[in-house]
Design a protein around this ligand. Structure first.
Ligand code: NAD
Length: 499
C-alpha cells in the first residue's frame, strides 16, 4: 500500500504514527494509499525547521527569491501530466480539470515571480524638515495553510507561493482525502532551489488543525474549506493572537435576464454547474431565470443539454466530469436531492442510481436538474457541492437581485444579459464578493484577488494579488530625520501638535 508521509525539513518524516487515513480512488471505490494523520511531534519538527530556515530566506534579496519562483514554475510545467494524473486519481475530476486546477495555481506563482516589484514599498521625501518616511512590507515569520479536497493543487499553490515569495516559511496541512499532490509540490519547491524548511507539509485532521491554530510560533493561518469549519478556524486562530483568513462554502447564483443569449447560457451552465462534478466553490448550482417565459425557454434548452452530458472515469478524455470524491459525499448529495423533492421542488432529471459500466463501485452521479426551488427550502439554503442544478424562478430583476444578496453565502454570482445598464446595476448592488457578467465562473486573475463575502469568507483579506501580499506581510513605517547638524539646538525635534 502506498504511504503518504509528511514532508518536513526537505524530506519524508518517517515518524511512527498509528493514526492513518485511507486515500481512495473515486473511480473504482478502492483504497489506493494511506496517509499519516500527524500530531505534536510532526508539527514541532516542522516548526523547528521553519524557524531555522526562515530568517535567511527573508534576508535573501527578493530577486533571488523570485528566481526560485521562476524555476518552480518551469518544474510544475514539466510535470503537469503526471501531477494531473495523480490529482485525478485521488480527487476524481477529469484530467483536463486537474490541469486547470494546477494551471490556476501556477498563475499565482507567475504573479509571485514579479513580487520584488510590489515589495518595493512607499517613500516620501521631505515629509517634514529633513524628514523622510518609508513604509515597507516585512514577512510575518511562519505561516500555515489548511486546504480543502476540491483544489489540491491550486489552493496550496496560491497560499504557498504568496507566503514564500514574501519571505515567510509556510507549513501546509492539506486535505487528508487527496494528500499526494501537495507532497509532490513540496518536492518540486525543493528541486527549484527553495531551502529546506520553507515549504513543508504536515498531514492530519482536526487534531493537527487545532495544534496549528494554537501554536505560538505560527503567526498566520490561511484556511479554505466549508463554512462551519472556516468560522471555527477563524475564531480559534484569532483567539490565539494570529492573523487568520478563512474562506468558506458557497451557493453561487446565475441570473438569466430575458434578453440573454440562451444558447450561450446553457453551455455555460453545463460547464459551471456540472464541471468537476459540481465540487467547486465557484460552481453555479442555482440558476435564476427572470420571468416565466425565460424560465420555460431556458428549461426547454437545458434538459437536452444536461441529458447529453458525458460522465466518465477521470482518465476518459471525452468525459465532462468524473466521480465525486468519496462514497460518503455521494450519499450526502443523494440525500439533498431527496430533501429537495420532499420540500416540493420538481425533479426534472434525476442523477441518482447512475452506474458507470465497469466501474460500478465508483462514486458516480448523473446530473440532476430541479425546478421550482424556493428560498424557504433547506436544499436551497445549503451547499450541496455535487452535480445538481436548481432552478429558482424570479418574477423580475429586483426579485432576482435579492436572492443571492440575502443568501447566507456570498462567494460568486453571475448575470447573463445583453443589457449593459442591468449588468452594471446588478454588479454594483449585489451583496456578493465576486461577480461575473456573462462569465459563469468569475474567478479573478492572479493579479487581482479572490474572496467571497458573508459565510463564504471570514477575515478581511482575500487570497492572492495585493490582498494576498497584505495578508502575508506586516507593514513597517519608518520616519527618518537627518538634520543639517547645526549643533546649537536649533534642530531639536519638536513634536507636532494636533489641530
Ligand atoms: P472541509 O471543511 O471538510 O475541510 C477543509 C480542511 O479542514 C481540511 O484540511 C480538513 O482536514 C480540515 N478539517 C476538517 N474537519 C475539521 C474540523 N472538524 N476541525 C478542523 N479542521 C477540520 O472542506 P472540504 O470538504 O475539504 O472542501 C469543500 C468545501 O470547501 C466546500 O464547502 C467548498 O465550498 C469550500 N471551498 C471554498 C473555497 C473558497 O474559496 N471559498 C474554495 C474551495 C473550497
Amino acid at each position: 500500500m502506498r504511504y503518504v508521509d509528511h514532508f518536513i525539513h526537505g524530506g519524508t518524516a518517517g515518524l511512527a504514527s498509528t493514526r492513518k487515513h485511507a486515500v481512495m480512488d473515486p473511480n473504482n471505490g478502492g483504497q489506493q494509499a494511506e496517509v499519516v494523520l500527524g500530531g505534536t511531534d510532526a508539527l514541532e519538527r516542522a516548526v523547528a525547521a521553519a524557524q531555522a530556515a526562515q530568517p535567511a530566506w527573508a534576508a535573501m534579496n527578493p530577486q533571488r527569491r523570485a528566481r526560485v519562483m521562476f524555476e518552480f514554475k518551469h518544474l510544475i510545467e514539466r510535470d503537469m501530466q503526471p501531477l494531473a494524473e495523480l490529482l485525478s486519481s485521488e480527487h476524481g475530476k477529469v484530467i483536463a480539470d486537474s490541469k486547470g486546477d494546477i494551471q490556476r495555481g501556477l498563475e499565482v506563482v507567475e504573479f509571485c515571480c514579479g513580487l520584488p516589484h510590489v515589495l518595493k514599498g512607499e517613500f516620501t521625501q521631505g515629509a517634514g524638515p529633513g524628514i523622510d518616511v518609508t513604509s515597507m512590507r516585512q514577512p510575518l515569520g511562519i505561516g500555515a495553510g489548511i486546504t480543502p479536497f476540491n483544489f489540491p493543487a491550486m489552493i496550496p499553490l496560491w497560499m504557498g507561493a504568496m507566503a514564500i515569495a514574501a519571505g515567510n516559511a509556510f507549513i501546509l496541512k492539506p486535505s487528508e482525502r487527496d494528500p499526494s499532490v501537495p507532497v509532490k509540490i513540496a518536492e518540486l519547491w525543493l528541486e527549484a532551489g527553495l531551502p529546506d524548511g520553507i515549504f513543508q507539509v504536515v498531514h492530519g485532521d482536526k487534531e493537527m488543525v487545532d495544534l496549528i491554530l494554537d501554536h505560538p510560533a505560527i503567526s498566520a493561518v490561511s484556511f479554505v474549506g466549508s463554512s462551519d469549519i472556516a468560522q471555527y478556524v477563524y475564531s480559534r486562530g484569532v483567539a490565539a493572537g494570529k492573523r487568520v483568513q478563512a474562506m468558506g462554502g458557497a451557493k453561487n447564483h446565475g441570473i438569466v435576464m430575458p434578453d440573454a443569449d440562451l444558447d450561450q447560457v446553457v453551455g455555460d451552465l453545463c460547464g459551471a454547474a456540472f464541471g468537476s462534478a459540481g465540487e467547486r466553490c465557484m460552481a453555479l448550482p442555482v440558476v435564476v431565470p427572470v420571468g416565466e417565459d425565460t424560465a420555460e425557454r431556458l428549461k426547454a434548452k437545458l434538459i437536452p443539454a444536461i441529458e447529453a452530458l458525458k460522465v466518465g472515469i477521470s482518465t476518459d478524455p471525452d468525459a465532462q466530469y468524473g466521480p465525486v470524491v468519496t462514497a460518503q459525499h455521494k450519499a450526502n448529495i443523494e440525500r439533498w436531492i431527496q430533501t429537495a423533492v420532499d420540500e416540493g421542488s420538481e425533479l426534472v432529471i434525476d442523477g441518482r442510481g447512475f452506474k458507470m459500466q465497469g466501474h460500478e463501485e465508483g462514486y458516480f452521479l448523473g446530473p440532476t436538474l430541479l425546478d421550482r426551488v424556493t428560498p424557504e427550502m433547506t436544499s436551497y439554503h445549503n451547499e450541496i457541492f455535487g452535480p445538481v442544478l436548481q432552478i429558482v424562478r424570479a418574477k423580475d430583476f429586483e426579485e432576482a437581485l435579492v436572492l443571492p444578496s440575502k443568501h447566507q453565502y456570498g462567494n460568486g454570482v453571475a448575470i447573463f444579459t445583453r443589457n449593459g445598464h442591468a449588468a452594471r446595476e446588478f454588479a454594483a448592488r449585489v451583496n456578493v464578493g465576486m461577480v461575473g457578467i456573462n462569465v459563469p465562473i468569475p474567478v479573478p486573475v492572479a493579479y487581482h484577488s479572490f474572496g467571497g463575502w458573508k459565510r463564504s469568507g471570514f477575515g478581511d483579506t482575500d487570497q492572492y494579488g495585493m490582498e494576498g501580499l497584505k495578508f502575508w506581510t506586516k507593514l513597517k513605517k519608518i520616519t527618518a530625520r537627518w538634520p543639517d547638524g547645526g549643533g546649537d539646538g536649533s534642530n531639536a525635534f519638536i513634536i507636532p501638535t494636533m489641530g
